[in-house]
Design a protein around this ligand. Structure first.
Ligand code: ZN
Length: 388
């Protein structure tokens, strides 16, 4: 099992109570329902940046060991809830509404507001909906950062920001809790994906931006640019993806037309520069939060969380640190309630993380098995082991 101090070898017995509590020990007698040899139990993954979408099945997250997701803005008002083990729905941390510029919203998922006096009511509304986060989007006026963060904090909400170029420092000074998208942490300049990629492509070794980050939380979402550049190079074929989802991506502004050779080259250089910046920010003490930003073009629920973690490992971060940053807890202890994933032992040992469904995910007293070797034989009505 993965404990807070590292991987502990040996036989472990996980006893699960119907109310969702679990106990983990090495001595308990076992009348095992499920026995997994050569596997390791670890805290389940937490994808901290997703957007709920009607075409994305939440069960896909669970199938890949993601036991908790954070929705940072979506149009889904009534998120699916897990009533019992028949519902493969991960724990959901709600954010939103997304606050962008005043006036008619440019993004369908952003709230409508015209005057700053309307913001407190929007924040009250998100508390009523059960949100614990709000996200400020790049059009949100920089002069309102401090008061909005104060108003959000006073309501128990935390604030994430997708900053416009040059705004990330002001956001941190205003007390924002987390910065989204490393690609957006650039000096003042033009907006838009191509402008950001061009900026990163031109970043030289002596450039110190994004500067001044210390113990701040950054959710880098590297896979978004990585996947855009790869798919642009392939001509937006989105091979192997659900055709409906691929059509939705091809309708997005960034994928509506082929990229020029110059844009492709800039994109490839930008991806490289982003990877280098991860190491610099890590040395500066940045606290990494891991999220995939699914369903951005080319991303898959669940699988992309592992891909994002692999990009961070590839950028030079220690793999167990990346695992911990991307999961619901630093390690397993003797008892708890949070979701647990059971992985092939080799998954935590060396090389990239396998981008594959794990053996099982335990969530709220239910064991979800993506690829069971032997199907569950419990009677349907008492099922606590569920094959996905
Ligand atoms: Zn996002």
């Amino acid at each position: 099992m993965l404990g807070v101090d590292g991987v502990r070898a040996g036989r472990h017995v996980l006893t699960v109570h119907p109310d969702g509590h679990w106990r983990l020990d090495t001595t308990a007698a076992s009348s095992a329902d499920v026995r997994l040899v050569d596997h390791v139990a670890a805290p389940a993954l937490y994808d901290a940046h997703i957007h709920l979408h009607p075409d994305v099945a939440l069960s896909e997250y669970l199938a890949y060991g993601v036991g908790r997701v954070r929705d940072l803005g979506s149009r889904i008002e009534d998120a699916p809830v897990r009533r019992d083990c028949a519902d493969p729905v991960p724990e959901l941390v709600r954010g939103g509404p997304m606050l962008d510029r005043p006036g008619p919203p440019r993004l369908l998922i952003a709230a409508t507001w015209d005057d700053p006096s309307q913001l407190p009511a929007l924040l009250d509304g998100s508390v009523e909906r059960g949100a614990s986060w709000v996200k400020l989007y790049e059009g949100f006026p920089v002069e309102l950062f401090a008061t909005t963060v104060q108003q959000a904090h006073a309501r128990g909400l935390r604030v994430a920001i997708h900053p416009a170029p040059g705004d990330y420092r002001a956001a941190l000074d205003a007390g924002v809790d987390e910065l989204e998208h490393l690609a957006c942490l650039v000096p003042p300049g033009p907006r838009g994906s191509h402008a950001l990629l061009a900026r990163w492509a031109e970043r030289r070794a002596r450039d110190d931006w994004p500067a001044g980050l210390g113990g701040d939380a950054v959710c880098p979402t590297l896979l978004v640019q990585h996947s855009l550049v790869t798919e642009a190079r392939r001509g937006w074929t989105f091979e192997g993806h659900d055709p409906r989802v691929a059509d939705f991506w091809r309708a997005s502004a960034i994928a509506r037309r082929p990229w020029t050779e110059g844009e492709l080259t800039a994109g490839e250089r930008a991806v490289d520069a982003l990877r280098k910046a991860v190491g610099e920010l890590d040395a500066a003490g940045v606290r990494w939060v891991v999220g995939s930003d699914t369903p951005n073009p080319g991303l898959r629920p669940g699988a992309s969380m592992w891909q994002e973690m692999n990009l961070l490992v590839d950028a030079g971060l220690d793999r167990l640190r990346v695992y911990r940053a991307g999961s619901v807890a630093a390690g397993l202890t003797a008892a708890g309630t949070h979701p647990i994933v059971v992985l092939p032992r080799a998954a935590l040992e060396a090389g990239p993380f396998p981008v594959a469904p794990p053996a099982a995910t335990l969530l709220a007293g239910c064991l979800f098995r993506p690829r069971p070797e032997t199907p569950s034989e419990e009677p349907e009505e008492s099922r606590r082991v569920r094959d996905l």
